[in-house]
Design a protein around this ligand. Structure first.
Ligand SMILES: NC(=O)c1ccc[n+]([C@@H]2O[C@H](COP(=O)([O-])OP(=O)(O)OC[C@H]3O[C@@H](n4cnc5c(N)ncnc54)[C@H](O)[C@@H]3O)[C@@H](O)[C@H]2O)c1
Length: 314
């Protein structure tokens, strides 16, 4: 039987590289695409010798051409951490708008099904807790995070328009904080920051008083959710994340315990528009996809810690 062909945009990034691994494992022919804005070829170099993996160095904000048939497209190209999108606001807006437009056009041309990566950031600093997909969000369009939040809100709108107007088969995933091996050490998110601080003997820096909450999903669980959503017949947005909520202060304490460091925690001013609470309502994912997270934080953090130790040669 002919292999299914899937294009993964953002293939050299944290999530994209795990998706390449998963679809190779499932027997697909995988075409990875990336412009290495925030990604690293190290994340996918183990796939280069495989006959069923191809890599295209390409910026998806420019016209995207892929020869041959395509069955599926995953759009995971975008700066994703606050440090990245604050440094690259225009690229972030362009990849969410022009990049999404180009990939939807490709999906239409190839009659491929496309899944686009949205985010819990579309809920902004939410007034509803936990956040169900029906909640419209509380986003400041002109605040510093607006470049990412509004790019993703546009990504959802144009994806729905291609579905409704052109009949393209679309899927929209709203991803909540995800962690695991291949996260960048210096991407500014809490987990890599705390772990690399613990491993290099620096104080653990918590923003605000640390009472703001987050929920962290292990990358293997997220990839399973993406896989199931892609193969489902549901076109409206679906939250995928781990609903177990934790304050950032508790999280810092867990990492101190795991790493056995004796560093102290220091407190710093809260960044502007930092969300106070984040927790997905995953009722839809449970009912539609039979999905829920399986990896608990203790297990997931251990694997991630081993990765960071290696990355820092500790
Ligand atoms: N990691 C999370 O917790 C999380 C949460 C919500 C949403 N997401 C979404 O998932 C996707 C992947 O996030 P990630 O954490 O893997 O980030 P990442 O920065 O590790 O990966 C993004 C990849 O996209 C590539 N890229 C950026 N602009 C591009 C362009 N114009 N053309 C081609 N490639 C481009 C980068 O080089 C990088 O390899 C993003 O769309 C992000 O918004 C991630």
């Amino acid at each position: 039987m002919e292999k299914k062909r899937i294009l993964i945009a953002g293939a050299a990034g944290f999530l994209g590289s795990h998706l390449c691994d998963r679809f190779i494992k499932e027997g697909y022919h995988v075409i990875g695409m990336d412009n290495l804005l925030t990604g690293n070829l190290k994340n996918i170099e183990h796939l280069f010798p495989l006959p069923d993996f191809e890599y295209y160095h390409h910026d998806v904000t420019k016209f995207v051409h892929v020869p041959g048939k395509l069955d599926y497209i995953l759009h995971f190209a975008s700066p994703a951490s606050p440090i990245d999108y604050l440094k690259m606001p225009i690229q972030t807006l362009k990849v969410g708008s022009l990049g999404t437009h180009n990939l939807l056009g490709l999906a239409k041309e190839k009659k491929a099904r496309i899944l686009v990566a949205s985010t819990s950031e579309v809920y902004g600093d939410p007034n509803v807790h936990p956040q169900p997909e029906e909640y419209w969000g509380n986003v400041n369009p002109v605040g510093p995070r607006g470049v990412y939040d509004e790019a993703k809100r546009f990504l959802e709108s144009i994806t729905m328009a291609y579905h409704n107007f052109h009949g393209v088969e679309t899927r929209i995933i709203r991803i909540f904080n995800t962690y695991g091996p291949r996260m960048r050490l210096n991407d500014g998110r809490a987990l890599p920051a705390f772990m690399s601080q613990a491993l290099t003997g620096q104080d653990i820096t918590v923003f605000g008083d640390g009472s703001q909450t987050r929920s962290f999903c292990y990358v293997g669980d997220l990839v399973e959710g993406i896989y199931r959503l892609l193969l489902s017949d549901y076109h409206l947005p679906v939250n995928i994340g781990n609903p177990e909520e934790i304050t950032l202060l508790q999280f810092a304490e867990e990492i101190i315990k795991l790493t056995g460091t004796d560093q102290k925690i220091t407190f710093h001013p809260l960044p502007k528009d930092d969300p106070k609470q984040r927790k997905p309502d995953i009722t839809k994912a449970r009912n539609l996809l039979g999905w829920e997270p399986k990896v608990n934080r203790e297990e997931g953090l251990k694997v991630t810690y081993e990765y960071f130790k290696q990355a820092l040669n500790k």
